[in-house]
Design a protein around this ligand. Structure first.
Ligand code: UDP
Length: 241
């Protein structure tokens, strides 16, 4: 049996090989970064929350017919995933204006968008993950126009499923980021994670704009009670099982 090799260490996860070349093991860390890693910290228990919540939501999406990289969750911080080549695009879906959309357009925080907005960012830390245009996506050969259309439709469908699910948990899905990969057979799979690190989640039972925040904005904006918020999201998600 070959010993596992660390293939890649990112800001929140370490990816290891397994005995099966088609399967990798993702280890979820408690390390937290924000503002393109200019702010660094630790959120105790985050690895377990993000791994468990992502595992649950990937299985939920699979049941709804959306192909994901999820394979198994052998321990609270470890996820077995299908090996994929990651598409170098971060797909952001927005239902309500927040974060960079407000900063870059002046649209007030909390504005409900008439229809979901899908945006593509270039997955490149050194460049600060810039917002792309369709022309720039072609220029960079990051995806074909057909893949962009497929990613858009898939992301909108995921938004519908997740939005409905979180509504049932008493949580509003404000926006979120998705990553995709292509497996050895050329099949497009939803990859990475779906967690309070990658989604903005507002508690429907709170009207106060700071108290309602249940996601990484608590860390980004030093709102306190970060660990508690992550645990509360997981409890609500699992209570819904
Ligand atoms: N997001 C993410 N990783 C990134 C950038 C954004 O998971 O590298 C998520 C973020 O948590 C939010 C959504 O994508 O749910 C939109 O983020 P935005 O563009 O507003 O950027 P931010 O405010 O994080 O700078």
């Amino acid at each position: 049996m070959a010993s596992p090799q660390a293939l890649y260490e990112g800001k929140a996860k370490i990816i290891y090989t397994t005995d099966n070349a088609q399967v990798l093991r993702a280890y979820y860390k408690d390390d937290a970064t924000a503002f393109n890693a200019q702010k660094r910290g630790n959120i105790a228990g985050k690895g377990e929350v993000n791994c468990t919540m992502s595992s649950y939501l990937f299985q939920k999406l699979e049941a709804a017919g959306i192909a994901t990289h999820w394979h198994a969750q052998p321990s609270p911080r470890e996820m077995l995933v299908r090996a994929v080549k990651i598409v170098p695009l971060e797909v952001v879906v927005r239902n309500i204006a927040a974060g960079s959309l407000c900063q870059q357009t002046g649209i007030p925080l909390g504005t409900v968008l008439e229809k979901p907005l899908v945006e593509f960012y270039y997955k490149d830390d050194a460049l600060g993950d810039p917002l792309l245009t369709p022309g720039r996506i072609q220029l960079l050969a990051a995806a074909t126009p057909e893949q962009v259309e497929e990613l858009t439709q898939l992301s909108l469908s995921i938004n519908q499923h997740l939005g409905q699910f979180f509504r049932e948990c008493g949580i509003t899905l404000v926006d979120f980021k998705l990553e995709y990969g292509v497996d050895a057979e050329g099949k497009l799979l939803l990859a990475d994670e779906i967690s309070p690190d990658t989604c903005r989640l507002w508690d429907d039972s709170e009207s106060d704009p700071e108290r309602r925040v249940m996601d990484k904005d608590r860390f980004r904006k030093d709102l306190g009670q970060v660990e508690e918020a992550y645990q509360r999201v997981l409890e609500r998600v699992l209570a819904h099982c």
